[in-house]
Write a protein that binds this ligand. Structure first.
Ligand SMILES: C[S@@+](CC[C@H](N)C(=O)[O-])C[C@H]1O[C@@H](n2cnc3c(N)ncnc32)[C@H](O)[C@@H]1O
Length: 275
């Protein structure tokens, strides 16, 4: 069930308390996005590489791509996308998250419920996935040929935890794994906001996991161009030109292309193509 405005008000109060108690921590303002993800960032832990991958796909499909972020919240990720796709838009069900909290709503975010259908067709629809019990995959499928979705391995989406689009005539083309905000949150809390010894922190760090999945789906006609574009994008060096919050990911042991000691089969952000 989607959260209630009271929950967000409560979180905002907790955020204010957090700020009053941690103002001395140098990177505290950047930590906030992994501690209060909805209010201060996004539920998923992205890097510039994610933004460039997704926008390069949109550009490969169309010269002047249309893009929709469904359930975009305050639009933290969408803002980054707009740097590359100026016409990108978002749809967000809750007007309250803006108006009851006195937060600015940009024009590129429309208030609307995806359950009522998506107004027009888009070249690419992004679904930074839904809460458990929320499932509007049929509406998304009717409005685009290319879908990118990201969700927690914990099984957030759909009535029964389904996030797959295969049953709507889409093919899964590629995927990659990143840490979830909770993975990063755990490392940050251990290191900065607990009294655990350094030795124990180092030990716990070895157990860190990565639980966010990103899937690229398309109708068969776009399969080749999507593969080609992703292969090209994977050759770029993503270690230099990055967002400020990426330094926290590096510090917490979630670097680009990092392999995790707890699961050496996973190479973070590496694109895996479907057979
Ligand atoms: C888990 S939050 C993710 C927000 C944002 N994408 C992020 O990463 O922070 C899910 C968002 O989807 C919105 N939402 C839920 N159901 C929706 C629907 N049927 N149509 C549009 N938005 C919806 C919620 O109000 C909420 O802001």
């Amino acid at each position: 069930m989607p959260f209630l405005i009271d929950d967000i008000n409560y979180a905002q109060k907790e955020l204010n308390i957090f700020r009053s108690k941690t103002f001395y921590i140098k990177d505290g303002p950047i930590h906030e996005r992994f501690i209060f993800p909805f209010l201060c960032g996004s539920y998923f832990t992205y890097r510039k590489v994610d933004v460039e991958r997704i926008t390069s796909l949109a550009k490969a499909i169309s010269k002047d791509p249309t893009y929709l972020d469904v359930g975009c919240g305050y639009g933290d990720f969408l803002e980054k996308i707009i740097q590359y796709l100026p016409n990108a838009e978002g749809i967000e069900k809750s007007a309250d998250i803006f108006f009851k909290l006195g937060r600015y709503k940009p024009d590129y975010i429309k208030i609307g419920d995806a359950y009522n259908g998506i107004e027009k067709k888009y070249d690419l629809i992004f679904v930074g996935w839904m809460e458990p019990g929320v499932d509007y995959r049929d509406k998304i499928a009717a409005s685009t040929d290319v879908i990118i979705t990201t969700f927690d391995k914990g099984g957030q989406c759909g009535m029964n935890g389904e996030c797959e689009m295969d049953e709507y005539g889409f093919e899964k083309i590629a995927s990659w794994i990143t840490p979830s905000w909770i993975d990063v949150n755990t490392e940050l809390l251990n290191k900065y906001y607990s009294k655990i010894s350094n030795r124990t922190i180092e030990f716990l760090k070895q157990l860190r996991g990565a639980h966010n999945l990103w899937y690229v789906y398309s109708k068969p006609k776009y399969k080749d161009i999507i593969k080609e574009t992703l292969i090209k994008s994977s050759k770029k060096d993503y270690n230099k030109d990055v967002y400020e919050h990426e330094k926290i990911l590096d510090e917490c042991g979630f670097s680009y292309n990092e392999m995790l000691p707890s699961n050496p089969d996973i190479c973070l952000w590496k694109i895996n193509f479907e057979e």
